[in-house]
Design a protein. Sequence first.
Length: 268
Amino acid sequence: MRHLVPDVLVPSPIEGISGVWRFVREPAGYRRARSLPGHLLHLVIAGKYRLRTNAREYPVKTGDVIYYHETEEVEWLGNTGQVVFYSVSFLAPELPPLPAEKRVFASVSEIRAAFEDLHAVSLMPRSVARALKAHCLLLEIVLQIEDWKDLAGFEQAPGAEGWWEIEGLLRERRLFRPSLDELAELTHRSRATVVRACRAATGTSPMKRIREIRMAEARGLLRFSHLNVSQVAGYLGYPRVHEFSRDFSRHFGSPPSAHRRRASDIKT
């Protein structure tokens, strides 16, 4: 008997969960890092600190949610007391992130309960039930954020969604060194439209944003893949490895070799 394939499918916006964690940060000063690829949510369950991201500074307190998207620069400006927070990283290429100016907001009880349960589920042994429960809880968190967006009455800046579509295309095709002309041709948009879309979505220029994506991809490959520095350079579209090494060193302040994980440390 043949199985009938439905004419209309309703895909989940979440393709996968990269990790769920509970972090404790003791009193500390300035720290600088980059968020993980994809979407990254934090829920602060104790403490307060100051955060700078997307050229904006936020006073973060207990109960706040922080929303990061696609390897953004994060500056922890200091905390005088202990800070505890849950964190979940997930892949959802078709899900537009919150606007850059709305990345920190107070949570509701449903979000806090879902985070608590999600962390508990993440500690269970691997199973189909564990995966289903985790996805259900994450979908509840995302749904609550979408409801909050509607109640708050704000939308993406005009043109912002167009840039996220461009980023998705670049990542899908592994185009890590396109020119502005190539972006325009690839997306059938004018150069000016591409620039406006990028600035609306990220607050920066297309070339700077793509450089950030490329460098984040480079560091991830160096840390978590079996590729050597020359292979990473080729993967990212560099014709010569020394050009890659120069760009990487300028961006991170240290050469690619300093970020390369030893083969014995890489789990297969």
